[in-house]
Ligand binder design. Structure first.
Ligand code: F6R
Length: 604
């Protein structure tokens, strides 16, 4: 995890580095730091805590410098202290480095360097990098070659950027962690993600694993690890900086919940014609030879994958959703050229998902990713990418991207059902596709009329929160619980409603509200399961349409508009997002930055 940024250009770097770090904070917020090169040494400022604390520390003592690096950390080696904050420096402070990733052989490197007289001041794996770079600089004629030597010695994953005293340049490299070059007229940026420099430029180069880049005021030199020159295309990103800000909302999460109608309209646009699905890279016949489908994903994306698995199974396609972290270790069964592996990942940078994707590719499967980020590692590693078009999501808790993933995957399921031999789309596919057009409006309606705040207030002192649903709503129940625990820190679990009586019912008391999701498919059984919990004292909150029979039985109700069962779960999910948000707010939690978490999980 972690976010890194570097900047070379005219004028002062520090303000731009700090504002870039603010836009990268979703990647980690345990500590933050910057270093600038100003002709009289390298000045390093770093603090444990959020970027705001670094900002406070810089007031009144802002160092000058046109060239600089910055970092916001999600701890892997060593606690979040000032000492462990990046940038890290070398023995004589000649070199400063920021790093995202994990250096697996840091213990060996540290031992060798310690034998050579180097002393270390932090618990981090990163600190070996500036020491090693300085070690190679000792007898180097060429700084870039000393940097490449350093990088060649590193095992593990890294996006790394380094400053050398008195040299107006940034030395950077990428292996397994994202690094993007931003090109403006008179300045250059390097960062873990585009929002870090989107205020300045939208012309980018997505660096590849093994790339080494030297950025100087008058240009950029890109090579491989051996020093051979390489070229990469400049691409234009179409994210609006406005879109990446918080706007009128108190939190990114609330903004992202409220912009779901727009995100969903973008997701759907141009992808449905009559009762047919048209997905840009997948014309009719693309999946003619597919025999089975593996979906690999983590967290919220895994719940979207479950949503798709159910629809594929209903269409008669052999399909299984796997947690990506398990897929790489467990034997997922035979994978062949007829297996389609769909890696679902909002960020496109989740290490577990990338591991599964690469493993599937090596095994000869056809690999597609469903992602939000154009230019992400997943998009560039898979054979094809299908974009969910949700726009940037900054809040650590995924909200709008779940909705857009679920819709994109539902459309992909129909596309597959049209091609895969022996499969067929649902009989009511025309109604289903017709109803998806209404989804943005229905979400808008939920947002305008939701009683989620009052429900959150009623149950705020509960001991535990349960979410139950059947079929597609099993995935939504699990997603509702994940969101709730993630941002409120309260205990929450999501269950397939029929499973409650096989064990979890023992936990049910009057202090465990059971949010029960009804979507018009298999609701009779779900209602019985809710009644079983109610008979043991649990209050039931029905998430259902106004005239649903479950509403009469339930103690409370969160209303969703009437729609096709495939979309009903997504409306229920919006209600649950709002309940989580309001509960977290009532409890005074840091909603956009829940403790111990980060948005992009680039470690396994
Ligand atoms: C939960 C959440 C995480 C992510 C998971 C996968 O709100 O955001 O569970 O869904 O870390 O991330 P991506 O989709 O980027 O692969």
């Amino acid at each position: 995890m972690c976010g890194i940024i570097a900047r070379v250009g005219d004028g002062d770097a520090i303000r731009k580095l700090v504002s870039g770090l603010e836009n990268l904070e979703y990647r980690g917020y345990d500590s933050a730091g910057v270093a600038v090169q100003n002709g009289s040494g390298i000045s390093v400022y770093k603090r444990s805590g959020q970027v705001s604390e670094l900002k406070d520390a810089l007031v009144g003592s802002v160092p000058n410098g046109k060239v600089g690096i910055g970092h916001t950390r999600w701890s892997t080696h060593g606690p979040p202290t000032d000492e462990n904050a990046h940038p890290h420096t070398s023995q004589t402070d000649e070199v400063a480095v920021v790093h995202n990733g994990i250096i697996e052989n840091y213990a060996e490197l540290k031992a060798t360097l310690s034998d050579a007289g180097h002393e270390f001041t932090s618990d981090t794996d990163t600190e070996v990098i500036p020491h090693l770079f300085e070690y190679y600089l000792e007898d180097a004629d060429d700084i870039a070659e000393a940097f490449r030597k350093t990088v060649r010695d590193l095992e593990g994953s890294y996006a790394v950027a380094a400053l050398v005293d008195d040299v107006h340049a940034i030395y950077a490299a990428r292996q397994g962690s994202p690094l993007i070059l931003g090109l403006d007229d008179d300045e250059y940026y390097l960062a873990s993600d585009v929002p870090a420099f989107l205020d300045h430029t939208d012309d980018v180069v997505y660096l590849e694993d093994g790339d080494v880049v030297v950025v100087e005021p008058n240009g950029v030199t890109l090579t491989d690890l051996a020093g051979a020159r390489i070229d990469r295309d400049v691409e234009r990103v179409d994210w609006d900086p406005e879109e990446a800000g918080k706007g009128e909302y108190d939190h990114y999460m609330l903004k992202e919940i409220h912009t779901q109608p727009n995100a969903l309209s973008n997701t759907i646009e141009g992808r449905i014609q009559g009762d047919e699905v048209h997905l840009e890279s997948f014309p009719e016949g693309t999946f003619d030879d597919v025999e089975d489908v593996h979906l690999v994903a983590c967290g919220t994306s895994y719940h979207a994958a479950m949503y798709c698995q159910q629809q594929l199974a209903d269409a008669g396609i052999r399909a299984q959703a796997y947690r990506a972290s398990e897929y790489v270790d467990a034997n997922p069964g035979p994978v062949s050229g007829e297996t389609l592996v769909v890696a679902v990942t909002q960020s496109g940078e989740t290490a577990d998902t990338l591991g599964a994707l690469r493993q599937a590719k090596e095994a000869g499967a056809q690999v597609v990713t469903v992602t939000n980020v154009v230019g992400s590692t997943a998009a560039r590693t898979a054979d094809e990418a299908l974009f969910i078009r949700a726009g940037p999501e900054i809040g650590v808790a995924a909200t709008k991207t779940f909705s857009s993933q679920a819709v994109t995957l539902s459309l992909l399921a129909i596309r597959l059902a049209e091609d895969v031999p022996g499969a067929s789309p649902p009989d009511d596919v025309a109604t289903l596709l017709d109803d998806v057009y209404d989804l943005p409006e229905h979400v808008d309606n939920v947002l305008k009329t939701s009683d989620a705040r009052a429900i959150a207030e009623s149950y705020i002192d509960s001991q535990s929160y349960f979410f139950i649903g059947r079929g597609l709503n099993n995935a939504v129940a699990k997603e509702g619980a994940l969101k709730f625990k993630e941002i409120t820190y309260e205990h929450a679990e999501g269950f397939a409603s029929g499973e409650l009586k096989h064990g979890p019912l023992a936990l049910v008391t009057p202090d465990t509200p059971v949010f029960t999701l009804f979507d018009g498919a298999g609701d009779g059984k779900t209602l019985k399961n809710a009644e079983e919990a109610q008979a043991r004292g649990a209050p039931i909150v029905a998430v259902a349409s106004e005239d649903h029979s479950g509403v009469d039985v339930a103690d409370d109700h969160l209303a969703i508009p009437d729609t096709h069962p495939v979309w009903a779960g997504l409306l229920a999910n919006v209600q649950l997002q709002l309940v989580s948000y309001h509960a977290a707010q009532l409890l005074g939690r840091p909603i956009d930055k829940p403790r111990n978490l980060a948005k992009s999980v680039t470690v396994e």
